[in-house]
Write a protein that binds this ligand. Structure first.
Ligand code: GTP
Length: 606
């Protein structure tokens, strides 16, 4: 296939607007995968072939971008269409942008019953920034609640679509309009501007680890061709490889003799680990000169959590599991750490909370390892006197009161959030953002009934409950997406939790000063609820800036040590009581507070 007969495209959409369903239909109609036998064409059974991983199927979300090639005849000629699937969730914007870099056009799918949503807008801007040609498509027109006319109006308004541009209407589920969409992809989307005759260059845009063949690299061939047995080199690592297999995903790997300019496919190079496969890297024929492709910014970890084995003897097992999982997801950053309370563990960096949850679930499901994840924190920037900067991703390392004299400024990461919701929830949405230290930037009507609103918010404020609160306050109608907009100075403090005067490292947290008092009351109270009475008094304290700001006490159980003494000997009784007191002191001095595992976890995780 010469480049002019190739189309590389992606489907982008807000979550649940039907990407995977449309991908299935496209693959069925082109004969790439068989149509489900029960009531072909109209069964609407979702095969979701692109959502390979188990967690994806379970959660109904696409996490890892996949790709599939198909053939379609148009104007009497065959075309090769490469569909590059993209994840829909905000956490995976990074995966979206790498998929977009390998394509020239995008279908922007909008659910005709739901209308434009926050991620529709975010994905549209991402595609625009990648210079892609965009075809907006209205999906789910079979639904009784679909209102394609009004949704089309808001699509045209928000996304500034030219009046003369047709917006196709389809039902991905029923297959209606999907065949015509294939023609439209060929007509409207540009072919890759690749040069067949130049020397070989390709962009590595994804990779995964396969147990049988090792690391599989997904590449977009920009120029020239690459075949089995070729000697190629990586511009990023300088490592050299011999190509042991090339092919396309259809949607399972289909080996070919060569991949040509304009095509998207896979290379197997005998890499030892996926850490050699750097997304954004350029491959070229070894010995040739090469203009390195622009590549991508490395994935930026937006939140960090400590990870420890539930049972400390299982550290090796956890370590191995993390190692294997990160082979498949290089966007997770990994560093060793040790906690006085939990022993040896790791500090992992994630792209967002869903990314973290998915990782934990994979860890448990695919490797049977159970792990404790401490509550997530964002990376804080500490600017010290003299100007040196440091990023802190563990509250236990955040400058405490005593170190503050050496600190010039403390900054936290900020986001610009886009919220879309029905107008009746305006009050709740403003309250929610206000409660999370947000500053409104603007708001406008998206259509007759819905508002699109922008806020600046601290990243740390949207990590845990924000999304759930947003959904519950708006009866599920509000949608939300965000962009990272850099750091801003903030009055942040570290809160230490002490048990019998001994700080418990995993319970430290970083808070805005205005929240410290409330948070300290909550945590001391919760600890009091879960700590059983012991033989000695347990004092629970929360400390901020060198001051104890909350305190709870769990009173001691009084073990009746004198029960064994029968009658008379008062001095012996006294001695025993004395000893018991000492025992209490000793225990207190060591700070040996016993807490059930479950109780401890419930606190660490929050
Ligand atoms: P993510 O990959 O998680 O972002 O979701 P998605 O955009 O791939 O959505 P998916 O294809 O999983 O579809 C979401 C739901 O919408 C599924 O229950 C589909 O069956 C349903 N759906 C998709 N297209 C249509 C359609 O044309 N009509 C109707 N009625 N339902 C549809």
């Amino acid at each position: 296939f010469p480049p002019e007969r190739v189309r590389n495209f992606s489907i982008i959409a807000h979550i649940d607007h039907g990407k995977s369903t449309l991908a299935d239909r496209l693959l069925e109609i082109t004969g790439t995968i068989p149509t489900p036998s029960s009531a072909p064409g109209s069964s609407g059974r979702n095969q979701q072939v692109l959502d390979k991983l188990k967690v994806e199927r379970e959660r109904g979300i696409t996490v890892k971008a996949q790709t599939a090639s198909m053939l379609h005849k148009f104007g009497g000629k065959w075309y090769l269409l490469n569909l590059i699937d993209t994840p829909g969730h905000v956490d995976f914007a990074y995966e979206v942008s790498r998929s977009l870099a390998a394509s020239q056009g995008s279908l922007l799918l909008v659910d005709a019953s739901q209308g434009v949503q926050a991620q529709t807008v975010a994905n549209y801007h991402l595609a625009k920034a990648n210079n892609l040609t965009i075809i907006p498509v209205l999906n789910k027109i079979d639904l009784p609640g679909a209102d394609p006319d009004s949704v089309e109006d808001s699509v045209r308004m928000v996304l500034e679509i030219a009046e003369d541009m047709e917006i196709p209407r389809i039902s991905a589920k029923k297959g209606e309009g999907v065949e015509a969409l294939l023609d439209l992809i060929i007509e409207k989307l540009p072919a890759p501007t690749s040069k067949l005759t130049s020397s070989f260059r390709s962009l590595l845009f994804d990779n995964w680890y396969d147990t049988y063949v090792g690391v599989v690299c997904l590449v977009a061939v920009i120029d020239g061709k690459v075949g089995k047995g070729d000697k190629i080199a990586s511009a990023g690592t300088g490592l050299k490889y011999e190509v042991s297999q090339v092919g396309i995903m259809a949607p399972d790997p289909m080996p070919l003799l060569a991949l040509h300019a304009g095509q998207v496919g896979y290379l197997i190079l005998g890499m030892k680990s996926s850490h050699e496969a750097r997304v954004g890297d350029t491959f070229y024929h070894h010995g040739q000169d090469v203009d390195v492709l622009p590549g991508f910014q490395p994935a930026k970890s937006m939140l960090f959590a400590g990870v420890y084995p539930v049972d400390s003897t299982e550290f090796e097992k956890l370590s191995e599991a993390i190692n294997r999982l990160t082979l498949n997801d290089s966007s997770v950053s990994v560093a060793r750490e040790t906690s006085a309370a939990l022993g040896q563990g790791f500090r992992l960096g994630f792209l967002g909370t869903l990314h973290m949850d998915v990782f934990r679930q994979r860890l448990e499901e695919e490797y049977g390892a159970t792990a404790i994840l401490s509550s997530p924190v964002v990376p804080y920037k500490i600017i010290r006197k003299g100007g040196s900067e440091q990023i802190i991703n563990n509250p236990a390392a955040f400058p405490d009161h005593s170190e503050r004299a050496n600190v010039d400024d403390i900054q936290e990461p900020m986001v610009r959030a886009t919220l879309i919701f029905p107008e009746e929830y305006l009050g709740e949405m403003m309250q929610l953002c206000g409660d999370h230290r947000g500053e409104q930037e603007d708001y406008t009507y998206l259509d007759d009934t819905r508002i699109i609103m922008k806020y600046r918010l601290p990243m740390g404020e949207i990590l845990t409950d924000f999304y759930d609160e947003l959904k519950s306050l708006s009866s599920g109608y509000a949608t939300f997406d965000y962009d990272d907009i850099g750091y801003q100075s903030s009055d942040l403090v570290r809160m230490n939790v002490l048990l019998n005067s001994k700080p418990v490292d995993v319970l430290s947290s970083v808070l805005h000063r205005s929240q410290a008092e409330r948070a300290s009351k909550i945590i001391t109270k919760r600890l009091k609820d879960v700590i059983d009475r012991q033989l000695f008094e347990v004092v629970i304290q929360a400390e901020v800036a060198g001051k104890i700001i909350a305190r709870e006490t769990v009173s001691a159980l009084r073990k009746n040590v004198t029960a064994k003494c029968y009658g008379g000997d008062i001095t012996r009784k006294m001695k025993l009581l004395e000893k018991q007191k000492e025992g209490k002191k000793k225990m207190r001095a060591i700070g040996n507070v016993k807490l059930s595992q479950e109780a401890f976890l419930s606190i660490v995780k929050k």
